[in-house]
Design a binder for this molecule. Structure first.
Ligand code: ZN
Length: 329
């Protein structure tokens, strides 16, 4: 046997493997999602997302301190209001959960980057991401009237001190509408992280428990993307880039690595990928059953997202991953 090519030569020792490793996961890549609930002294653990809870603003401090301590650069905020209505008006209420949380975080951790998710589904009584057609039982989510409401929410978060707003409603034209409204309100410096290719995914299940945003009827397939469509994802991304997105996002991450790869190849904007609640819940459930090694499986899922081309990863594993990365170095 005379093999000239023996790739195993470079896998022989940990130091050799370290030298030829192509992709590195850094704490700088991580964004930690947080669920903010209206009220006081509330910490509601989320059953399907072990380690995560809905928190009222007054109980957020410890979590923020830990995130800062671990060196995680950014948080992504979702709000759960006390009252919901047909238009989701709590989304842009100045004293709503997200603006209140932004102000509190600004005070406590001025250097932490605050990203505010912009959507209506947590705030509407019907649970859809926009306003419904007045036609009885049509269940249609109206695109253009929703844009103004999303823009109002984005401006409210920018007013409160958000660095980045992240529109996730998958309405056509939402990035342009929000950019226009932010600029008009004097928020030229606030960036937009566009949920550009967001798929109608079954993996959002646990999030809906967390954000109390399950649609009361129907589903979101008339605005979120069909999981079967890759070319259409590039079209969505092209539109958001043209409308002024500063950063792009693919959501979910793990089942859509090919989309991440394609977007990376075609666009130079920073690219985020969202490892969603169902991806996290699957790992946690297997770990709790003793079927997977948590550290290895979670880090492998994250490095795969990075290798596919994501610069940033929104993940419910942010804190653990930061600890593991620190432990490694
Ligand atoms: Zn939504």
């Amino acid at each position: 046997m005379n093999l000239t090519q023996r790739p195993r030569r470079l896998r022989r020792t940990p130091a050799l493997r370290r030298m030829v490793r192509e992709t590195a996961l850094s704490v700088d890549d991580l964004i930690a999602p947080l669920f903010i609930v209206d009220g006081n002294d509330i910490v509601n653990p989320i059953g399907s997302m072990p380690g995560h809870a809905q928190r009222s603003v007054d109980r957020l401090g410890g979590e923020i301190d830990m995130i800062v301590e671990l060196g995680i650069p950014a948080v992504l905020l979702f709000g759960i209001p006390a009252h919901k209505d047909a238009h989701g008006s709590a989304a842009w209420a100045t004293e709503g959960p997200v603006p209140s949380a932004i102000r509190a975080i600004r005070d406590r951790a001025p250097d932490l980057v605050v990203v505010a998710d912009v959507c209506l589904c947590e705030y509407t009584d019907h649970g859809h991401c926009g306003v419904l057609s007045p036609e009885p039982d049509s269940g249609d989510v109206l695109n253009d009237p929703t844009l103004e409401l999303l823009a109002s929410a984005a401006v409210a978060y920018a007013d409160a001190g958000a660095d980045i707003v992240a529109p996730s409603a998958m309405m056509d034209g939402q990035v342009a509408a929000i950019r226009g409204a932010l600029d008009e309100a004097g928020h030229q410096h606030v960036s937009i992280l566009a949920y550009a290719a967001k798929f109608a995914s079954a993996f959002y299940g646990p999030f809906r428990e967390a954000a109390e945003s399950t649609p009361r009827f129907g589903d979101r397939r008339a605005y979120q993307m069909d999981p079967a469509n890759g070319r259409e994802a590039l079209r969505e991304v092209a539109l958001d880039a043209a409308e002024g997105a500063d950063m792009l996002m693919v959501k979910p991450a793990g089942p859509y690595l090919d989309i991440i790869r394609e977007v990376r190849a075609c666009y130079d904007l920073p690219l985020a990928a969202y490892q969603v609640s169902g991806e996290y819940a699957m790992l946690k459930a297997a770990v709790q059953n003793g079927w997977l090694d948590e550290r290895r499986a979670a880090l492998e899922s994250l490095i795969a997202i990075k290798r596919a081309g994501a610069d940033l990863i929104i993940t419910y594993y942010a804190k653990e991953a930061a600890q593991w990365i620190k432990g490694e170095s």
